[in-house]
Unconditional design. Structure first.
Ligand SMILES: [Zn+2]
Length: 383
């Protein structure tokens, strides 16, 4: 039991060290630990010092490994770590139709951008029997690249128009930037690709250093406009251009990753939400990342579909508890129902009546079993 606890609480040496430092960094304690290292019962003895520190360890949420679970936010089916590993392994060596088969299996779980990319790849993979994933992207690159360049240029033109209102040195700096970017986009077919992030960071720097209030206001609008430049997360063409330079394993991982099942805190960790299953939902990586540290109420305003989708998620969890696929989590539906009810400002009230029925049934079966036993055995077993 103690060993099991030790493994749960301190899974590796670096964590043990961290826990120890957090506990009480005095000379006496470090001396005691060093002495204990010579002792064959080191682990049990050291554990004594670690027990006050469980808060520093994130609970491993086993629900992430349940296959075909719907995301409680977007409702799309999530992908387990094991499935992702297999997908990437297959896609790294697959060619032509095999790529199409792999993508067909998972494409419906992907967000819009990745699903669009998957559809484009499937079409091309069916026609190109001998091409691997990276070769397929390179082959279809021409059209997306042209489309992306057109979008980039349109936004750059709008930035140029906005910049006409700038005065003094700032005007000169921004004009120089614009002509540089224009030539990068032009050369883009052969040279280094245009970097959106670099441009935005550069513009932000000019904005932050600006002292003239009129210029500052224009620069703020320029930064907002620059953020419209397509990203690989929101635009299939930008995705294809960016990842056509990567290895098959990287491309495959990037396609499937948004659907990865992750542990989401119902009450955010930074707002003292606990690291325990009662405060966890298995949620797809895309929704988890998009939410960030946003409160549940604000997140619900953007995603009202969560009311239905979290019920679907809970129905699936209850079903799996009843059929015995999930053991030891009978408390989970009630605890999560309460956490979501509180965090959503009483807007989501999950129906867990099937779980309540299951608990009642279980209880009455235990009672019946007890009645079926002779009275002396009952005393021993159920005392
Ligand atoms: Zn989701």
């Amino acid at each position: 039991m103690i060993n099991a606890l030790a493994q749960n609480i301190s899974p590796d040496k670096s964590n043990r060290n961290r826990a120890y430092l957090n506990f009480n960094n005095t000379v006496e304690n470090s001396f005691a630990i060093q002495k204990n290292e010579q002792n064959p019962n080191f682990r049990q003895k050291v554990l004594f010092y670690y027990i006050p520190q469980p808060i520093s360890f994130k609970y491993y949420f086993a629900f992430k490994e349940l296959e075909n679970l719907p995301c409680p936010c977007c409702g799309r089916t999530m992908t387990t770590n094991k499935e992702i590993e297999d997908f990437v392994k297959n896609m790294t060596i697959a060619k032509g139709k095999d790529i199409a088969v792999c993508l067909e299996k998972y494409k419906d779980r992907l967000p819009d951008t990745e699903r669009n990319v998957a559809n484009i790849l499937i079409k091309s993979a069916k026609k190109n029997e001998n091409l691997q994933l990276d070769e397929l992207l390179k082959q279809i690159l021409k059209e997306p690249k042209q489309k992306l360049e057109t979008k980039q240029r349109e936004i750059l033109k709008e930035i140029a128009d906005l910049s006409k209102g700038l005065t003094g040195e700032t005007y000169k700096i921004i004009q120089k930037d614009i002509s540089q970017i224009d030539s990068i986009i032009k050369k883009g077919r052969n040279g280094d690709p245009f970097k959106r992030k670099k441009l935005i960071q550069g513009l932000e720097k000019v904005r932050d250093n600006e002292s003239n209030p009129d210029n500052k206001k224009i620069l703020e609008n320029i930064v907002i406009k620059a953020e419209d430049i397509p990203t690989s997360g929101a635009d299939a063409e930008a995705f294809i251009v960016k990842y056509s330079r990567r290895k098959p394993s990287e491309i495959a991982h990037r396609i499937i990753e948004p659907s990865q099942s992750t542990a989401e805190h119902i009450r955010p960790h930074c707002k003292e939400g606990s690291n325990s299953p009662a405060n966890y939902l298995a949620e797809c990586k895309k929704c988890n990342n998009d939410r960030g540290n946003m409160s549940y109420v604000d997140w619900l305003k953007i995603h009202p579909e969560m009311i239905d989708n979290s019920q679907k998620y809970m129905n699936e969890i209850i079903h799996r508890i009843i059929i015995g696929e999930i053991k030891g989590f009978d408390y989970y539906p009630q605890a999560v129902k309460k956490a979501i009810y509180d965090e959503s400002g009483q807007q989501i009230n999950l129906d867990i009546s099937k779980m309540d029925e299951h608990k009642k049934e279980k209880l009455s079966k235990t009672k019946q079993a007890r009645l079926a036993l002779p009275s002396d055995v009952q005393l021993n077993v159920f005392a």
